[in-house]
Design a protein around this ligand. Structure first.
Ligand code: FPP
Length: 240
Protein backbone atom coordinates (compact mmCIF):
# COMPACT_ATOMS: atom_id res chain seq x y z
CA UNK A 1 0.00 0.00 0.00
CA UNK A 2 1.68 3.16 -1.16
CA UNK A 3 0.96 6.58 0.18
CA UNK A 4 1.87 9.57 -1.90
CA UNK A 5 2.11 13.13 -0.68
CA UNK A 6 2.15 14.66 -4.15
CA UNK A 7 0.48 18.06 -4.14
CA UNK A 8 -0.08 17.76 -0.41
CA UNK A 9 1.02 20.21 2.22
CA UNK A 10 2.39 18.88 5.47
CA UNK A 11 -0.10 19.21 8.29
CA UNK A 12 2.46 19.00 11.07
CA UNK A 13 5.82 20.72 10.63
CA UNK A 14 8.55 20.55 13.27
CA UNK A 15 11.52 22.92 13.18
CA UNK A 16 15.01 22.79 14.69
CA UNK A 17 15.87 26.49 14.75
CA UNK A 18 19.64 26.49 14.43
CA UNK A 19 22.23 29.12 13.58
CA UNK A 20 21.36 32.06 15.85
CA UNK A 21 24.84 32.11 17.37
CA UNK A 22 26.66 32.07 14.03
CA UNK A 23 24.32 34.73 12.65
CA UNK A 24 25.22 37.04 15.54
CA UNK A 25 28.93 36.24 15.41
CA UNK A 26 29.01 37.07 11.69
CA UNK A 27 27.81 40.54 12.69
CA UNK A 28 30.32 40.90 15.52
CA UNK A 29 27.50 40.71 18.09
CA UNK A 30 26.97 38.53 21.17
CA UNK A 31 25.10 35.26 20.67
CA UNK A 32 22.02 36.57 22.45
CA UNK A 33 21.60 39.16 19.73
CA UNK A 34 21.06 36.21 17.36
CA UNK A 35 18.52 34.61 19.69
CA UNK A 36 16.50 37.84 19.75
CA UNK A 37 16.54 37.96 15.95
CA UNK A 38 15.51 34.29 16.01
CA UNK A 39 12.51 35.08 18.20
CA UNK A 40 11.29 37.60 15.63
CA UNK A 41 11.42 34.85 12.99
CA UNK A 42 9.39 32.57 15.25
CA UNK A 43 6.63 35.16 15.12
CA UNK A 44 6.82 35.46 11.31
CA UNK A 45 6.74 31.70 10.77
CA UNK A 46 3.88 31.21 13.26
CA UNK A 47 1.87 33.92 11.53
CA UNK A 48 2.40 32.33 8.12
CA UNK A 49 1.10 28.87 9.09
CA UNK A 50 -2.67 29.28 8.59
CA UNK A 51 -2.17 30.60 5.02
CA UNK A 52 0.25 27.80 4.25
CA UNK A 53 -2.10 25.08 5.45
CA UNK A 54 0.04 24.10 8.44
CA UNK A 55 -2.16 23.02 11.35
CA UNK A 56 0.55 21.89 13.79
CA UNK A 57 3.89 23.64 14.26
CA UNK A 58 6.43 22.31 16.76
CA UNK A 59 9.56 24.34 17.50
CA UNK A 60 12.73 23.32 19.33
CA UNK A 61 13.52 26.27 21.58
CA UNK A 62 15.79 24.74 24.25
CA UNK A 63 17.20 21.24 24.54
CA UNK A 64 18.16 19.19 27.57
CA UNK A 65 21.76 19.63 26.31
CA UNK A 66 21.55 23.43 26.03
CA UNK A 67 22.21 23.81 29.78
CA UNK A 68 25.87 23.19 28.93
CA UNK A 69 26.08 26.65 27.33
CA UNK A 70 27.53 29.58 29.31
CA UNK A 71 25.51 30.88 32.22
CA UNK A 72 25.14 34.22 30.41
CA UNK A 73 23.61 32.56 27.36
CA UNK A 74 21.33 30.22 29.35
CA UNK A 75 19.97 32.96 31.59
CA UNK A 76 19.63 35.31 28.59
CA UNK A 77 17.60 32.67 26.77
CA UNK A 78 15.36 32.06 29.81
CA UNK A 79 14.76 35.80 30.08
CA UNK A 80 13.97 35.92 26.36
CA UNK A 81 11.44 33.07 26.66
CA UNK A 82 9.68 34.86 29.55
CA UNK A 83 9.58 38.14 27.67
CA UNK A 84 8.37 36.42 24.52
CA UNK A 85 5.54 34.59 26.27
CA UNK A 86 4.40 37.79 27.99
CA UNK A 87 4.53 39.94 24.87
CA UNK A 88 2.88 37.40 22.53
CA UNK A 89 0.08 36.14 24.79
CA UNK A 90 -2.63 38.55 23.68
CA UNK A 91 -1.92 38.08 20.00
CA UNK A 92 -1.69 34.29 20.21
CA UNK A 93 -5.02 34.14 22.05
CA UNK A 94 -6.69 36.43 19.49
CA UNK A 95 -5.19 34.63 16.50
CA UNK A 96 -6.72 31.35 17.65
CA UNK A 97 -3.38 29.67 18.31
CA UNK A 98 -3.38 26.84 20.81
CA UNK A 99 -0.05 26.75 22.60
CA UNK A 100 1.44 23.70 24.27
CA UNK A 101 4.85 23.02 25.77
CA UNK A 102 6.77 19.76 25.69
CA UNK A 103 9.87 18.90 27.69
CA UNK A 104 10.66 18.51 31.37
CA UNK A 105 9.54 21.55 33.39
CA UNK A 106 11.42 20.46 36.50
CA UNK A 107 14.58 22.49 35.76
CA UNK A 108 12.79 25.61 34.49
CA UNK A 109 12.30 28.58 36.78
CA UNK A 110 8.99 29.04 38.55
CA UNK A 111 8.05 32.26 36.82
CA UNK A 112 8.63 30.75 33.38
CA UNK A 113 6.59 27.65 34.25
CA UNK A 114 3.76 29.89 35.52
CA UNK A 115 3.74 31.78 32.20
CA UNK A 116 3.74 28.49 30.28
CA UNK A 117 0.79 27.16 32.33
CA UNK A 118 -1.10 30.41 31.86
CA UNK A 119 -0.58 30.47 28.09
CA UNK A 120 -1.66 26.82 27.77
CA UNK A 121 -4.80 27.56 29.74
CA UNK A 122 -5.67 30.81 27.97
CA UNK A 123 -5.33 29.20 24.54
CA UNK A 124 -6.88 25.84 25.41
CA UNK A 125 -10.05 26.55 23.43
CA UNK A 126 -8.20 27.59 20.25
CA UNK A 127 -7.86 25.51 17.10
CA UNK A 128 -6.58 27.67 14.21
CA UNK A 129 -2.98 26.54 14.74
CA UNK A 130 -1.49 24.14 17.29
CA UNK A 131 1.86 25.60 18.31
CA UNK A 132 4.07 23.37 20.44
CA UNK A 133 7.23 24.78 21.96
CA UNK A 134 9.89 22.33 23.11
CA UNK A 135 11.57 23.74 26.22
CA UNK A 136 14.11 21.69 28.16
CA UNK A 137 13.21 18.95 25.71
CA UNK A 138 15.21 15.89 24.68
CA UNK A 139 13.80 12.90 22.81
CA UNK A 140 15.58 10.32 24.97
CA UNK A 141 14.60 12.13 28.13
CA UNK A 142 10.97 12.20 26.96
CA UNK A 143 10.97 8.44 26.25
CA UNK A 144 12.60 7.78 29.64
CA UNK A 145 10.00 9.91 31.47
CA UNK A 146 7.18 8.21 29.54
CA UNK A 147 8.60 4.79 30.41
CA UNK A 148 8.75 5.74 34.08
CA UNK A 149 5.08 6.77 34.04
CA UNK A 150 4.10 3.60 32.20
CA UNK A 151 6.14 1.46 34.64
CA UNK A 152 4.26 3.05 37.55
CA UNK A 153 0.94 2.07 35.95
CA UNK A 154 2.18 -1.48 35.45
CA UNK A 155 3.49 -1.66 39.03
CA UNK A 156 0.13 -0.43 40.32
CA UNK A 157 -1.62 -3.19 38.38
CA UNK A 158 -3.52 -0.78 36.13
CA UNK A 159 -1.80 -1.90 32.91
CA UNK A 160 -1.08 -5.51 31.94
CA UNK A 161 2.60 -5.63 30.83
CA UNK A 162 1.67 -8.14 28.09
CA UNK A 163 -0.63 -5.55 26.52
CA UNK A 164 2.10 -2.90 26.18
CA UNK A 165 2.88 -1.96 22.58
CA UNK A 166 4.18 1.12 20.73
CA UNK A 167 0.79 2.81 20.96
CA UNK A 168 0.73 2.34 24.74
CA UNK A 169 4.10 4.04 25.14
CA UNK A 170 3.15 6.83 22.70
CA UNK A 171 0.22 7.59 25.01
CA UNK A 172 2.68 8.51 27.77
CA UNK A 173 4.84 10.85 25.67
CA UNK A 174 4.65 14.64 26.06
CA UNK A 175 3.22 14.71 22.52
CA UNK A 176 0.43 12.19 23.21
CA UNK A 177 -2.30 14.46 21.83
CA UNK A 178 -0.37 15.50 18.70
CA UNK A 179 -0.08 13.76 15.34
CA UNK A 180 3.45 12.75 14.29
CA UNK A 181 5.29 15.40 12.27
CA UNK A 182 5.08 15.04 8.48
CA UNK A 183 8.14 17.19 7.95
CA UNK A 184 11.10 18.16 10.14
CA UNK A 185 13.13 21.18 9.03
CA UNK A 186 16.57 22.04 10.40
CA UNK A 187 18.21 25.32 9.48
CA UNK A 188 21.90 26.31 9.40
CA UNK A 189 23.33 23.49 7.31
CA UNK A 190 23.73 20.88 10.05
CA UNK A 191 22.34 17.47 9.08
CA UNK A 192 21.59 16.09 12.55
CA UNK A 193 18.41 15.55 14.51
CA UNK A 194 19.97 16.35 17.89
CA UNK A 195 17.56 14.37 20.06
CA UNK A 196 14.45 16.11 18.67
CA UNK A 197 11.18 14.11 18.41
CA UNK A 198 13.10 10.83 18.11
CA UNK A 199 10.07 8.59 18.47
CA UNK A 200 7.60 10.82 16.60
CA UNK A 201 9.75 11.41 13.49
CA UNK A 202 10.14 7.72 12.60
CA UNK A 203 8.43 8.33 9.24
CA UNK A 204 8.91 12.08 8.85
CA UNK A 205 10.57 13.74 5.88
CA UNK A 206 13.65 15.78 6.75
CA UNK A 207 14.76 19.03 5.13
CA UNK A 208 18.17 20.40 6.02
CA UNK A 209 18.38 24.03 4.94
CA UNK A 210 21.62 26.07 4.78
CA UNK A 211 19.97 29.34 5.87
CA UNK A 212 20.67 30.42 9.45
CA UNK A 213 17.48 30.61 11.51
CA UNK A 214 17.33 34.44 11.82
CA UNK A 215 17.39 34.64 7.98
CA UNK A 216 14.69 31.99 7.45
CA UNK A 217 11.80 33.90 5.91
CA UNK A 218 8.18 33.07 5.32
CA UNK A 219 8.94 32.77 1.57
CA UNK A 220 11.63 30.20 2.16
CA UNK A 221 9.31 28.32 4.50
CA UNK A 222 6.64 28.28 1.76
CA UNK A 223 9.19 26.89 -0.73
CA UNK A 224 10.22 24.10 1.64
CA UNK A 225 6.58 23.15 2.17
CA UNK A 226 5.91 23.13 -1.57
CA UNK A 227 8.91 20.82 -2.02
CA UNK A 228 7.35 18.34 0.41
CA UNK A 229 4.47 17.73 -2.00
CA UNK A 230 6.92 16.62 -4.66
CA UNK A 231 8.17 13.71 -2.58
CA UNK A 232 6.63 10.33 -2.00
CA UNK A 233 6.19 8.77 1.42
CA UNK A 234 5.88 5.04 1.52
CA UNK A 235 5.99 4.22 5.24
CA UNK A 236 8.13 1.17 4.45
CA UNK A 237 5.70 -0.17 1.87
CA UNK A 238 6.20 -0.87 -1.82
CA UNK A 239 4.87 1.85 -4.17
CA UNK A 240 1.51 0.90 -5.56
C1 FPP B 1 20.08 27.41 18.11
O1 FPP B 1 21.02 28.31 17.58
C2 FPP B 1 19.04 28.10 18.82
C3 FPP B 1 18.71 27.95 20.13
C4 FPP B 1 19.38 27.05 21.07
C5 FPP B 1 17.64 28.74 20.72
C6 FPP B 1 16.39 28.86 19.91
C7 FPP B 1 15.71 30.03 20.40
C8 FPP B 1 15.10 30.97 19.64
C9 FPP B 1 14.96 30.91 18.19
C10 FPP B 1 14.58 32.16 20.33
C11 FPP B 1 13.18 32.26 20.64
C12 FPP B 1 12.31 31.07 20.62
C13 FPP B 1 11.07 31.11 21.09
C14 FPP B 1 10.18 29.92 20.98
C15 FPP B 1 10.53 32.31 21.72
P1 FPP B 1 22.51 28.18 18.08
O2 FPP B 1 22.69 29.09 19.23
O3 FPP B 1 22.81 26.75 18.35
O4 FPP B 1 23.31 28.69 16.85
P2 FPP B 1 24.78 28.23 16.42
O5 FPP B 1 24.68 26.80 16.01
O6 FPP B 1 25.07 29.15 15.27
O7 FPP B 1 25.67 28.46 17.59
Amino acid sequence: MGKTSEGRRPEHVAIIMDGNGRWAQARGKPRLFGHHAGARRVREIVESCPDLGVKYLTMFAFSTENWKRTQVEVSGLMKLFKRYLMSETKELVEAGVRVRFIGDRIRLDERLVALMDELELLTSGNDALHLTIALNYGGRDEVARATKRLAREVAAGRIDPESVDAETLAGFLDTCVLPDPDLVIRTSGEARISNFLLWQSAYSEYEFIDTLWPDFTRDEFARVLANFGARERRYGAVPG
